[in-house]
Design a protein around this ligand. Structure first.
Ligand code: URA
Length: 269
């Protein structure tokens, strides 16, 4: 089992005892709270150039989650992940295994578009990763497909690239939970290279079998963190447990915005 370093998840709301609720409806409500924080986030300079925060969308209680790299131009305008050409391919590949967006949750490493679709900078990933870790903790997928290098490296906590790892399921521990990580080539890379598309399609076809394995064994029962404490593990360590130390109360939606707009942007099923 490999692990991922994780900082205290300040984006993660918790109840008074410092525990993420197990009830799906309560986790969904907390996911909305994290979205409200993300949509006004100014933790990195991408907040100055973005049009919309692309928090992620889909089934808030999904067994299967996809994690891409960062929003592109279309996503930035619409506030939804994978709505361009790469997204159409993702939809097609999901359809080929009998699934649809409503069955999964799709997020990105970065929630804001890097100008010109350049690669994410390490500082941007550091600033943004809490949101992804909070999503993983609240959605509680059993399987996570990382799309491309950035998501794979972040969730494995190791620098090995996607060409060596694609299609190989592995149990990794992210925060307090273990998931089956299944690295895939990024759909954008498969758009113009036939051999990459063939590899991606073959890996996709194996998703149902990995899903059928069910949740991996959890290394420890969820232990409530003492109020005000934060537990972290060293980079590459086997297990990292994070507790929010600076979780702020959910902010009220800014004035002048219809609540329905947010619901639509979060695209929860
Ligand atoms: N590429 C990504 O990595 N994410 C998106 O949302 C769109 C394209």
């Amino acid at each position: 089992m490999t692990g991922v370093p994780q900082e205290a998840a300040g984006a993660l709301p918790q109840d008074a005892a410092g525990v993420v609720p197990q009830d799906a409806a309560a986790r969904r409500e907390q996911l909305k709270e994290v979205f409200e924080r993300a949509r006004v986030c100014e933790r990195c300079p991408l907040s100055q150039t973005r049009t919309k925060v692309v928090f992620g969308a889909g089934n808030a209680d999904a067994e299967l989650m996809f994690v891409g790299e960062a929003p592109g131009a279309n996503e930035d305008l619409q506030g939804l992940p994978f709505v361009g050409a790469a997204g159409k391919l993702l939809d097609q590949l999901l359809g080929e295994i009998g699934m649809a967006r409503r069955d999964v949750f799709i997020a990105n490493v970065l929630k804001c578009r890097p100008p010109g679709n350049r690669d994410p900078e390490p500082e941007e990933i550091s600033a943004c990763q809490e949101y992804l870790f909070a999503q993983l903790e609240l959605i509680q997928p059993t399987m996570v497909c990382t799309l491309g290098n950035f998501a794979t490296k972040l969730l494995r906590g190791k620098p090995t690239g996607i060409s060596k790892l694609h299609g190989q399921a592995e149990v990794v521990t992210v925060g307090p939970r273990s998931v089956r990580l299944f690295p895939l080539y990024h759909p954008a890379a498969a758009l113009y290279t036939r051999s990459t598309l063939d590899l991606l399609r073959a890996d996709f076809a194996r998703i149902p079998a990995v899903l059928a394995l069910g949740a991996p064994e959890q290394r420890s029962a969820m232990v409530p963190a003492p109020p005000g404490s934060a537990q972290t593990s060293p980079p590459g360590g086997d297990t990292a447990t994070a507790a929010a130390t600076d979780a702020q109360p959910a902010g009220a939606p800014p004035a002048g915005r219809a609540p329905d707009d947010d619901q639509q942007q979060l695209g929860l099923f």
